[in-house]
Design a protein around this ligand. Sequence first.
Ligand SMILES: NC(=O)c1ccc[n+]([C@@H]2O[C@H](COP(=O)([O-])OP(=O)(O)OC[C@H]3O[C@@H](n4cnc5c(N)ncnc54)[C@H](OP(=O)(O)O)[C@@H]3O)[C@@H](O)[C@H]2O)c1
Length: 304
Amino acid sequence: MKAVVCRKYGKPEVLEIVEVAKPTPKDDEVLVKIFATTVHIGDTRIRKADPFLVRLVFGLFKPKKNMILGMEISGIIEAIGKNIKSLKVGDKVFAYTGLKFGGYAEYICLPEKSKSFTKNGLLALKPENLSFEEAATIPAGGLTALKNLQKANISKGQKILINGASGSLGTFAIQLAKYFGAEVTAVCSEKNFELVKSIGADKVIDYTKEDFTKINEKYDIVYDAVMKSTKAKCKRILKENGIFFKNSQLPKTEEKDLLFLKDIIENGEMKPVIDRIYSIEQIVEAHEYVDKGHKKGNVVIKID
Ligand SMILES: NC(=O)c1ccc[n+]([C@@H]2O[C@H](COP(=O)([O-])OP(=O)(O)OC[C@H]3O[C@@H](n4cnc5c(N)ncnc54)[C@H](OP(=O)(O)O)[C@@H]3O)[C@@H](O)[C@H]2O)c1
């Protein structure tokens, strides 16, 4: 099968399209023919070995043999292992691939039921009202935003400020915060005001013109989705007992969380924001674009 491998750390040009062996599902796995994946910021961090910790996990001097990036996928089940109970050939699915990565390929094997979200990923039937390109954007950003907001105990009537509101996490977080009944202030640049308002932001702040940590407002929650601020800086805009958080130490993530996202999407309460769609042959260009740090929502790779 065709796959994009990363044999060296470095610039996007290290990504190579090659032929590798098509995987065979184990008894408890399904074989998915991948239709779409994404260029997640996590993929670019592994490729760049940034932070250094990447090297300790994925290989000190170069990534382990034939490392295939890609943390989220959508596709159709082509074959199943003999112990599979709830899925069948032909089912349309979407998945987080976890530390297995492997999304930049024509096929991937994933377990039907995962014991560990980070190790083995999570798979579910894809939302019926989304295309494969749209569905592929949900698992990583959607689950991260959801678990973060749940951990902060977001509730109806609260005021939340989301920093980095136009990115992948930000665009999911705005919609989820609105779903949970909060009032949302979105911090992004002016060019993205229309976008963030269209998905529910009540108020907007342009980070290039105003320092949001200096405004005269108090929030129940400040979510630094883009990871560019600190709790100390945000202290003065937090209410007493207000919560500041970034994207670390998420609680356990399970299949029910992915199904929760599927449900609210099918009910029309959340939709993915897609900035650009590239073909797999344009993988280098797609990584170059994401490296710039200004994508709006998500960047998708279509696999024919
Ligand atoms: N996505 C995930 O699933 C996930 C999971 C865990 C951790 N993280 C981490 O969370 C962070 C954000 O991830 P992401 O996927 O949401 O990133 P992203 O989609 O690449 O974020 C890009 C967006 O951030 C905005 N931005 C850049 N600098 C900003 C600033 N100083 N203030 C406000 N907005 C700014 C950009 O808008 P402009 O064009 O206006 O600059 C752009 O729309 C990253 O550090 C990532 O490693 C992400």
